[in-house]
Design a protein around this ligand. Structure first.
Ligand SMILES: *Cc1c(COP(=O)(O)O)cnc(C)c1O
Length: 384
């Protein structure tokens, strides 16, 4: 008999859950225990202890994520950055060189650009849209290539198929941050990536009430990363694990609604005279729309748009909004809006920001699961 959990929706609810059910509980209880009875033999990683990532809440998530991602194994962590730093530190040694996409998430960029040199690691940033330029950046020490499914806040879509082919041709480990797509819209491991990392803080948990991360890939790579993670110490606590597993069950429902709602809102904004430009891979006007259609099942709930007018006009606009909160982060049930030039990208000099396309009046909207009509009406009244 074939496995009954064929589709993502069923896997989200049932995969990795304890069988038989514990005391018949239809939902797995929270295992609020730091340590567990352990036989004396074995290595340190086998000691059952929360930091060693081998307790029931963590193991249920590992099994669920491995199935969702189409990977051999997975590892949850205390934040997206714990997953990202753990992947680099787990797979690299001093002297190694990394190629990374330009325009990465701020925390990842800082880790690579500021912290890597202190550890004897080096990085070059590549134009992920120009495969012909990548080979010139290779060195004998190049070990890994790192990209994101869609960039923030401009929603650029790199040539991800060319990245996996390039990694295979040159023996590099290919790693993708799939936070913006989620497994509903893109599954990197079956698509040829070696390792997939997520900030589970965003879509996977989906309720803006915890920070968490996850890494998935081959059993060999996850074992190496878990061994380092056990001593680096960024393990996910049982209550956050419970919330993440609960949030995951509605992932497909949430993300499909967000895909549909964001596409309608992007179209509305694009047609509005107060808006100069909209960045959303689902719009025909997006420079990589065809590529995004070929890669993704949906285009996600995040879009950015440039208002006509001044910074003050942009600030006034966000103040007039009544539904989206003006707050960083994304991927939750509640809509959120930010002005990247004043928040996530404030550290970049204005002229560089402008060149990158992150103008003073660019706003990033994370569309929640509210009624699309209500969001349209709110955006409409705030645009005036
Ligand atoms: C938020 C985010 C991260 C960092 O995740 P945390 O959970 O905040 O540590 C990494 N990558 C992307 C694309 C993100 O949006």
């Amino acid at each position: 008999m074939s496995h009954p959990h064929k589709h993502l929706e069923t896997q989200l609810v049932h995969a990795g859950e304890p069988s038989p059910r514990i005391e018949g509980a239809v939902e797995m209880p929270i295992f609020q225990s730091a340590t567990y009875e352990t036989a004396e033999e074995g290595v340190y990683d086998d000691v059952r202890y929360l930091r060693n990532n081998n307790t029931p809440s963590q193991q249920a998530l590992h099994a669920k994520f491995a199935i969702l991602e189409g990977a051999e194994d997975a590892l949850v962590s205390a934040s997206g950055m714990a997953a990202i730093s753990g992947a680099f530190l787990g797979l690299l040694s001093a002297g190694d060189h990394v190629l990374a996409q330009r325009g990465l998430y701020g925390g990842t960029h800082e880790l690579l650009a500021q912290e890597f040199p202190r550890l004897g690691l080096s990085v070059d940033f590549l134009d992920a849209d120009d495969p012909g330029s990548w080979a010139a950046l290779l060195r004998p020490a190049t070990k890994l290539v790192y990209v994101e499914a869609m960039t923030n806040p401009l929603l650029e879509v790199a040539d991800l198929r060319a990245i996996t082919a390039f990694a295979r041709a040159h023996g590099l480990v290919s790693v993708i941050d799939n936070t913006f797509a989620s497994p509903v819209n893109f599954r990197p491991i079956p698509a040829g990536f070696d390792l997939c990392v997520h900030s589970a803080t965003k879509y996977l948990n989906g309720h803006a009430d915890i920070v968490a991360g996850v890494t998935s890939g081959s059993a060999a790579n996850i074992t190496r990363i878990r061994h380092k993670a056990n001593v680096l110490g960024g393990a996910l606590d049982p209550h956050a694990a419970f919330l993440l597993k609960r949030g995951l069950k509605t992932l497909a429902l949430r993300v499909r609604h967000q895909n549909a709602s964001a596409l309608i809102i992007a179209g509305f904004l694009e047609a509005h005279p107060a808006v100069a430009r909209v960045n959303y891979p689902g719009l025909a006007s997006h420079p990589r729309h065809a590529r995004a259609r070929g890669l993704f099942a949906g285009f996600g709930g995040v879009l950015s748009f440039q208002l006509r007018g001044t910074v003050q006009d942009a600030r006034d606009f966000t103040r007039r909004l009544r539904i989206p909160a003006v707050a960083p982060s994304l991927g939750g049930v509640q809509s959120l809006i930010t002005r990247p030039a004043g928040t996530s990208h404030a550290g970049i000099p204005p002229e560089v920001r402008e060149r990158l396309g992150i103008s003073e009046t660019l706003l990033r909207l994370s569309v929640g699961i509210e009624a699309t009509e209500d969001l349209l009406e709110d955006l409409g009244q705030a645009l005036g």
